[in-house]
Design a protein around this ligand. Structure first.
Ligand code: GAR
Length: 206
């Protein structure tokens, strides 16, 4: 059983989707804490109603980046975390944590990377940019996390069509459906040790 930390700062719909699969006994792991840089994100209410501890960790509370990183590591060690899942967490993960948890941190992005990614590309902003660009296909990318925004090795991409009358809201809803279907599946696959890493190539042995 892997101990899972969810890093999230928003409404927590991906947290819910993963928790649902866990509760159905499909994931060989357990969400043992939720961490956010916000003080009262909606996702905390969802976690607390499921008796999952929550922690707010804001870099501004610390004198140095090193103190922030060490505090975060202390929490991860306290819960003996094996897998970190970013689900709407928009802060860069400090480099020592990326190194310590190499290939143990994953993120979901609501577009087909490497397009429409990078700092500042999150949520509706992504869908707005997709629509304005005129491209016809978008989707989701689930990837390992490295020291940069949205550049880690890709585990899975799934695509959907951008419809002529899509708005950022309608597109976001359809992309979110994909997220809820595939993010829990990838988490399950990682917990079942089905994801093999061959340099930049990630192979899913089903
Ligand atoms: C999701 O759509 C996720 O793809 C996005 O934040 C949302 C979180 O929703 N992440 C990014 O844009 C990362 N660049 P949720 O809180 O309902 O899970």
């Amino acid at each position: 059983m892997k101990n899972i930390a969810i890093f999230a700062s928003g409404r927590g719909s991906n947290f819910n989707a993963i928790l649902k699969k866990q509760k159905n006994g499909k994931i060989n792991g357990e969400i043992v804490c939720v961490i956010s840089d916000c003080s009262q994100p909606i996702v905390f209410k969802k976690a607390e109603s499921n008796n999952i501890p929550t922690h707010t960790i804001n870099i501004k509370q610390f004198k140095t980046g090193e103190e922030y990183t060490n505090f975060l590591i202390a929490i991860l060690e306290k819960y003996k975390i094996d897998l970190i899942i970013l689900a709407g967490f928009l802060k860069l993960i400090p480099s020592p944590i990326v190194k310590k948890y190499k290939n143990k941190i994953i993120n979901i992005h609501p577009a087909l990377l490497p397009n429409f990614g990078g700092k500042g590309f999150y949520g509706k902003k992504v869908h707005k940019a997709v629509i304005e660009s005129g491209i016809k296909i978008t989707g989701i990318t689930i990837h390992f996390v490295d020291e940069h925004y949205d550049t880690g090795n890709i585990i899975l991409q799934e695509k959907i069509e951008v419809l002529p009358n899509d708005t950022d809201e309608t597109l976001a809803l359809r992309v979110l459906e994909l997220e809820h279907k595939f993010y829990p599946e990838v988490v399950k696959a990682i917990c079942d040790n089905q994801i093999k890493i061959d340099n930049k190539k990630i192979i899913w042995e089903r």
